[in-house]
Unconditional design. Structure first.
Length: 263
């Protein structure tokens, strides 16, 4: 195996190159989605989320919380995941004070979809965590991408894509060119992103019933955790870490839940 050594300074210099005609963050139109502030540490950290707001009660009292350490699994014949993702305009890249996020507002039948066993779930938003919130047999990955979806009947589905250091990811590079450096949203016009560029080719997965991983920690979320990680560069990891070096919630107890694993 040939080893290539590249200086960190060189990597960071590459990351710092600005994108063409980069816009300024449009903070005036950004509204925080949380009526009660919370954090990943300190007096507003995860151990006290339920104390901050009655709407966050599930965070410390729920029995099917996420993320989890995926260790013992039960193999099963599970339906394939079909991603009908489009190269569509995102308009804004958001720094919401906890992560970098993109929201999708297309009304059905427009938009990108995940199809599972004939049921369609529309992509509503995507965001990142560093390191991964999910553990696989006790191991954390360098980062994770969460793609959130919703069906017409209201069922919420999350897809977790584990990210590990390696080659740069072109789709992430597009997003990082427009990453707001403080809380707010960046107007990116008609920048087009295809989330499929952040998916692995192999689509084997784990599936379990869990929750949103941040307040209000709503339960009833079906999580598909893809087994095969996707690479991004060390420089891309560092760019995110300069804003959010540790935006993860601790793993939650299984409380008797079964994790299924596709064959």
């Amino acid at each position: 195996m040939r080893t290539v050594v590249v200086s960190l300074a060189c990597l960071l210099a590459t990351t710092a190159l600005p994108g063409p005609a980069r816009a300024q963050a449009d903070y005036s139109h950004y509204v925080s989605p949380w009526k009660t502030p919370w954090d990943y540490s300190g007096t507003r950290g995860p151990e006290r989320w339920s104390e901050l707001d009655p709407a966050y009660a599930a965070c410390n009292r729920g029995k099917e919380q996420s993320p989890i350490d995926i260790d013992a699994t039960q193999r099963a014949d599970l339906p394939a995941l079909r991603f009908e993702y489009l190269n569509s305009a995102v308009h804004y890249v958001i720094n919401n004070g906890h992560t970098i996020r993109v929201d999708y507002h297309d009304a059905p039948p427009q938009g990108s979809f995940l199809v599972v066993d004939g049921k369609r779930y529309q992509l509503t938003q995507l965001h990142f965590h560093r390191p991964s919130e999910e553990l696989i047999h006790g191991r954390r990955y360098d980062m994770v991408l969460h793609l959130m979806h919703k069906a017409a009947d209201g069922e919420v589905v999350g897809v977790a894509v584990l990210l590990q250091a390696g080659q740069a990811n072109a789709t992430i590079a597009q997003l990082w060119q427009h990453m707001p450096q403080r809380e707010g949203q960046l107007d990116v016009g008609d920048l087009k992103i295809n989330p499929a560029g952040m998916l692995p080719q192999l689509r084997g997965y784990y599936v379990y019933s869990g929750s949103v991983t941040a307040p209000p920690c709503t339960e009833g979320v079906k999580w598909f955790v893809l087994k095969t990680p996707v690479q991004l560069s060390i420089a891309q990891i560092h760019s995110f870490a300069r804003l959010y070096p540790d935006d993860v919630r601790a793993v939650q107890p299984l409380n008797g839940r079964t994790v299924l694993e596709s064959r």
